[in-house]
Unconditional design. Structure first.
Length: 570
């Protein structure tokens, strides 16, 4: 059976079985491709929270892939693909504007930035499809994965809304993240989209020389093997539940409006500081009264307002605490520097290790390039100097025989940072603690999306993650990515109506909190108590890092070189 040449593939680029009248109309020339692009954008949004229709991701990109083959000018294709990207990102990250009215500019700017990766990806795939003999089921997932990796790192990165994140609740599939990170899940989902498109294209195409049925069958077989292997691996990993009970932690989930927290940061003596002290202090008193007693009380990010009370509070609680606070440190030259920190305090009131946040959030914690580009301050949420310095090293925290690492705020969305607690440094963390203030976003879909992304860190590192989050969703996630089911228990002392939830995974077979229930734990003040499930399994991703997306970049670069060197057959 004859196979297609480069010239034949180029000639076959865009003939669908449409009527002559339709083919001659402007509606088809622009209308149908535009509908395809916008459809993909809308379906990608549906895949993430608030809808969380993750199953739709397996075909969501099929309509936009028609832009790869249709006979349109490259410029037109890029514009159409960009429209689809805007339709996806505009509603997806609209929660960003809730933080402050000045964040509208940041929201729109980030939408424009992220949406540019869509036409860039379509352009590269289109070139590889027309100028090389690489199959679409290889080029498309490789390009999409490579660009996600780039977006996760460029300008400190924005590793949100990856294609693989849509599968966070399909844990059997997500287990391969401990091999190649969440990027490997992205590759698999993108590959299925490419295969479905190829089957549709070859069915309805009138090209003179479509790819041979034999080649399509080989591609289908390869994808079936990949899916079967992924499922088998996932089932094997999920049945490894020989976790051992670790330290008992009490996670403080406040529910305090960000405006109060902002006011507290302006003056250490004002009423907002007292409000924060009472709000989080009462919850901590409740946690300290729990039986059996917690080994560690964990406050959320920057929720401890007045460091002058540390010794008094620690003595009252009678146990260790990990406090989220802003710390001001004098450097060797006497200059004060502010950090976003997690500070360990012992039961006797003495101060322990401190971790300073390494991966800062652009505009939220500093204004990029403001010294060279003053107009960047337009995107800042405040009109005064609020920036914090970046930390420089990982910190080891100890609880008896156990060790843990801290991740502050969105550091739990950074796979490269989280894995260092397992693979690098002088210690190996037995579990991870994430402290965050999601009160900025006031109950929007950001809360669930943040938790969904954090599940991948647990799988990638094969370490449980305990999250204490202002406004939620606080959780204990085991090394398999399960968000463990909390149950309400009777408070042991006065709590002003705040609930206490407990996770008893030792007594029940890994009870899991369904994603439909996550919203119940938003904007609710309470205490989540449970023993950490200690997972000591090996993770290839933790040791080897981003070898998989880097390999995708190698495929893309070599393919582009090929596309410029090899001339199509005449």
């Amino acid at each position: 059976m004859a196979t297609n040449t480069l010239g034949q593939r180029k000639e076959a680029a865009s003939t669908l079985k449409l009527s002559p009248n339709l083919m001659s109309s402007q509606t088809v020339f622009w209308g149908i491709p535009l509908v395809c692009s916008l459809s993909t954008g809308a379906m990608l949004w549906l895949c993430h929270f608030p809808m969380a229709w993750g199953w739709l991701a397996w075909v969501a990109l099929v309509p936009m892939l028609f832009l790869v083959r249709l006979d349109l000018a490259t410029k037109e294709v890029c514009w159409l693909a960009w429209f689809g990207g805007v339709v996806f990102y505009l509603p997806a990250i609209q929660w960003m504007r809730v933080a402050d009215y000045r964040m509208y500019a940041t929201w729109l700017g980030l939408v424009l930035y992220c949406s540019l990766f869509v036409p860039l990806g379509i352009y590269i795939v289109r070139r590889l499809d027309r100028k090389t003999q690489l199959p679409l089921v290889v080029t498309f997932p490789a390009v999409w994965t490579a660009l996600e990796y780039f977006r996760a790192h460029f300008l400190t990165g924005f590793p949100w809304y990856f294609l693989g994140h849509t599968q966070h609740d399909f844990l059997v599939l997500a287990q391969i993240a401990d091999i190649g990170g969440g990027y490997m899940v992205t590759f698999l989902v993108a590959g299925v989209n490419a295969l479905v498109f190829e089957a549709v294209w070859q069915t309805f195409s009138e090209s003179r020389q479509p790819i041979s049925i034999r080649h399509l069958l080989w591609q289908t077989l390869a994808m079936v093997v990949a899916l079967a292997g992924t499922l088998a691996y996932g089932l094997w990993r999920l049945h490894q539940e020989n976790f051992t009970p670790g330290p008992r932690v009490a996670l403080i989930q406040g529910s305090l409006d960000q405006r109060i927290r902002n006011a507290a940061s302006e003056d250490a003596e004002n009423a907002a500081v007292k409000t924060m002290q009472h709000h989080f202090g009462d919850l901590s008193n409740l946690a300290a009264a729990a039986h059996p007693k917690a080994d560690l009380i964990v406050w959320s990010e920057t929720s401890y307002p007045d460091a002058r009370n540390i010794e008094r509070d620690a003595l009252r609680w009678g146990t260790r605490a990990l406090l989220g606070l802003n710390s001001i440190i004098q450097d060797e030259g006497g200059k004060e520097r502010q950090y976003n920190s997690a500070l360990m305090v012992y039961a006797d009131g003495s101060i322990g290790p401190r971790y300073d946040k390494i991966h800062r959030v652009p505009f939220g914690e500093y204004v990029p390039m403001k010294d060279w580009l003053p107009f960047m301050n337009v995107f800042a949420p405040y009109d005064y100097e609020y920036g914090v310095q970046a930390g420089t090293q990982m910190t080891q925290f100890s609880l008896g025989n156990f060790h843990f690492g801290a991740l502050i705020c969105y550091e739990d969305t950074d796979p490269a940072l989280a894995r260092q607690y397992v693979s690098a440094g002088d210690f190996k963390a037995d579990f991870l603690v994430n402290i965050s203030n999601d009160g900025w976003f006031d109950g929007t879909s950001e809360h669930e999306e943040h938790l969904a992304i954090c599940r991948f860190r647990a799988i990638e590192c094969r370490r449980a993650v305990a999250r204490a989050v202002n406004m939620g969703v606080s959780a204990i996630i085991d090394g398999g990515g399960r968000v463990l089911q909390p149950k309400a228990v009777q408070p042991t002392s006065g709590s002003e109506g705040a609930p206490v939830w407990e996770v008893n995974w030792c007594e029940e077979k890994m009870p899991e909190l369904e994603i439909g229930e996550w919203r119940r734990f938003k904007k609710v003040a309470g205490v989540l108590i449970g023993s950490i499930p200690i997972d000591q399994r090996f993770s290839l991703y933790a040791q080897w890092g981003d070898w998989f997306p880097q390999g995708c970049w190698l495929v893309v670069i070599l393919g582009l070189i090929w596309s410029f060197i090899v001339r199509p057959a005449k």
